[in-house]
Design a protein around this ligand. Sequence first.
Ligand code: ATP
Length: 258
Amino acid sequence: MASAVRQRAAASLLTARGLTVRFGDFEALRGVSIDLDTRSIHAVIGPNGAGKTTLFNVISGFTKPTAGQVRLNGADVTAVSPNRLARLGLARSFQICSIFPNLSVADNIRTALALNERGPQLLRGRSRRDENGARIRHLLDQGGLTDESERRAADLPYGRRRLLEIVTTIAIAPKFLLLDEPTAGLAREDIAPVAALIKTVAATCGVLLVEHNLQVVKSLAAKVTVLAEGAVLCEGSYDEVARDPRVINAYIGAERRA
Ligand SMILES: Nc1ncnc2c1ncn2[C@@H]1O[C@H](COP(=O)(O)OP(=O)(O)OP(=O)(O)O)[C@@H](O)[C@H]1O
């Protein structure tokens, strides 16, 4: 059994083991372990206050855990800063605040590419401009934003801005993408394009999402981890966790406490 767990961890791109986060006497996370694969969508769900954001903050380097370890591609990254993690390929989307409102859609993507250039740049001058142009066109196309490339980001409807925000995050070609409630605040008709973009992105990298919309989780996630009161309650396919009585009780219990 222990060797099966070790083998599983070795095959995973991102692994967290025994994450505990204490705020004073309060434990927001209690020994959470999770394995995240590349080219796969993994959702974390749970009632309010379950510890989802805290887990995200630890994995993306914004909160140092009281105990436990995060490994990316086998390397211990628990003490690594968010900026360095981004350069190692772990990108976290920061919702619409990461967009420059006065820049056009295309210039936002151009800026994201420029800010996040990694490694030695071998291409210079014209060939570099051509390559960037091709990447911008590809990203515009992925986000369904080609027709709006010259529009000021501030003038985009909310749902389109969310698409732009995700596109600027994937501009750095992450190995792993963390999405914090990507459909929060979206009108019903804006949810499907965002979900479709996430699915496209997952063809090239791993995606971890925290999402309250369970229909979105059901349609996207290959694996779901349920957190409750800071601990992993269960893990499995959406259908497996949805019929687990512990999950139903956790949601009902949290509603009663609220
Ligand atoms: N900096 C902090 N200091 C003290 N307590 C905190 C801090 N950050 C989070 N908590 C507490 O830790 C618990 C988990 O919070 P967290 O935001 O991770 O939950 P969540 O599952 O993301 O909730 P929600 O779905 O409401 O966003 C909550 O009880 C919260 O009040």
